[in-house]
Design a protein around this ligand. Structure first.
Ligand code: CS2
Length: 496
């Protein structure tokens, strides 16, 4: 059998008219943005906004060079290279409608693992005006225990010894910024697009800590010349499945090795602090504001924390998909109570947003049956998500003497999850977490010491020292272990 032809520049003309494709001349687009961390989310979000913008006039200087600095990025490079950086974005509406388009904004892809210098030179090029990042919550090398940059991380230790052969994102950024400074090039913006409170401020703080160790003068230059706008990003983007590849193949007759599926909703709120110009993303729906803080807190504490609530409780119950959780009234009711009773009281008013409507829309988005967003994707790296998404809500509520039970049950459930690593039917849980083993060790001690899990400071900091939290947790962890049925425990809190 003849293999399907590739999705690539030459074969765009074979696409059926129902599939949108770049109608701009890709060969005249050049790189203005270098993006580190080419995964599903970057491709459904920043790259998709930028693709829409490239359809407008005078935007050809805003093409994107994708960069992979981790070993497993080689898979993405291998998928994108025969496709000239093109891929399909398959948008799935809750009513079953599906819209596909081919995205053309990523005009180059370079891998650092073999040859870091190509990446460094690209980031340092005067053409590059923005370096954007989706490196995940854990990628910022922040130790929750100390609140500081983790200088003990092996990649960081390596990068400080070998500044020209970096492995970590901070090593790369510092090497490129040094090259820019030495060449007298124009300033640059570093734009974090990860789910972290004040993601730009954190990037700046972490980068300056690292750069300072290498060269205090360089750190001062970075502090003066580089801007780090905060941004809030949102679009639910499940892990690509074989079914997505097959869907595109049937629709188009072409092989896309790594399509992206996502929901129709998207949101991007960005602080307008760019050191060297920026694309007019507002023309394609992004919102530029002076202060992103209320938007990001809302999103982290409702959407992302809400996802973790469903993910961990749903995993223990034996659900595979997030929409299955929402289809179960008991989970939907628990989530809504968490939103209303514990997350919302911690939020400031958000300009232009009706929080009740926002929460309604989250329940609808999580329930989208076409999306097939897995519980395991949500639970991935919970050890770096919960300190960002959930623990701040608990801390704020403790400070104000408000309810913490619904969020604390999640921590107790997570302890059981890390300890037993099976769902209620005894099926093994798919757990991917850098801290899986130490969390397992801590959770296993629960029978002898109920507080053992929350004393794991790399995740919880000194939260266990708060007596109100610790006693609430003790009662709930006891209930969770005795009952073994998380829905019963959820119900007890709702009935109380
Ligand atoms: C999710 C996010 O990974 C998670 O925990 O909550 O990936 C979420 O889907 C995105 O932030 C949506 O914008």
């Amino acid at each position: 059998m003849c293999p399907d032809p590739n999705l690539n520049e030459a074969n765009l003309k074979h696409l059926p008219s129902s599939i949108r494709r770049p109608t701009y001349d890709r060969s005249s687009v050049h790189t203005g943005i270098v993006h580190i961390g080419v995964g599903g989310f970057f491709r459904s979000h920043l790259a998709a906004y930028t693709d829409e913008l490239l359809h407008q006039e005078d935007t050809a200087s805003w093409g994107i060079c994708g960069v992979g600095i981790r070993d497993d990025d080689a898979r993405m490079a291998a998928a994108m290279s025969p496709q000239d950086g093109l891929y399909s974005l398959i948008v799935k509406h809750p009513n079953g409608l599906v819209e596909s388009s081919v995205i053309g904004s990523m005009i180059e892809f370079v891998l650092g693992s073999n040859d870091p210098s190509t990446v460094i030179v690209k980031m340092a090029s005067p053409e590059t005006k923005i370096v954007s990042l989706t490196i995940t919550e854990g990628g910022y090398n922040l130790s929750p225990a100390t609140g500081d940059f983790d200088f003990d991380h092996p990649e960081v230790v390596h990068d400080l010894e070998h500044p020209d052969q970096p492995k970590s994102v901070f090593g790369y950024l510092t090497a490129a910024l040094k090259m820019r400074r030495d060449a007298g090039s124009a300033p640059v913006t570093i734009l974090s697009c990860d789910n972290i409170q004040h993601n730009g401020d954190l990037t700046r703080r972490m980068l300056l800590r690292f750069a300072q160790r290498q060269s205090p003068e360089l750190a001062t230059w970075i502090s003066d010349q580089v801007t780090f706008p905060n941004s809030m990003v949102d679009r639910i983007t499940p892990v690509t499945s074989e079914a997505d590849i097959e869907y595109f193949r049937v629709q188009s007759g072409l092989l896309d090795r790594w399509p992206v599926t996502c929901e129709p909703f998207r949101q991007w709120v960005i602080e307008d602090r760019f050191a060297n110009g920026r694309p007019a993303w507002e023309q394609v729906g992004a919102q530029f504001v002076a202060d992103v803080a209320p938007y990001e807190t809302m999103k982290l504490r409702l959407l992302n924390a809400g996802h973790s609530v469903l993910g961990i409780l749903g995993a223990l119950h034996g659900f595979d998909m997030i929409n299955e959780c929402i289809a179960d009234d008991r989970f939907a009711a628990y989530l809504r109570s968490f939103f209303d009773q514990e997350a919302t009281p911690t939020l400031d008013p958000v300009p232009g947003i009706d929080l009740v409507a926002y929460k309604d829309s989250l329940i609808e988005r999580f329930g989208n049956p076409s999306i097939r967003d897995s519980v395991s994707r949500i639970c991935l790296q919970s050890s770096s998500k919960l300190p960002v998404f959930l623990i701040p809500t608990i801390i704020d509520n403790l400070d104000k003497g408000r309810s913490i039970r619904l969020a604390t049950l999640l921590i107790a459930a997570w302890c059981l999850y890390c300890d037993r690593q099976v769902d209620r039917n005894g099926n093994p849980l798919a757990i991917t977490d850098d801290m899986k083993e130490p969390l397992h060790q801590a959770a296993m001690k629960t029978a002898d010491d109920k507080r053992a899990f929350i004393q794991y400071s790399p995740v919880f900091g000194d939260l266990a020292q708060n007596e109100d939290f610790a006693t609430t947790y003790e009662t709930l962890v006891d209930d969770v272990y005795r009952s073994g049925d998380i829905v019963e425990c959820m119900q007890r809190l709702l009935d109380d």
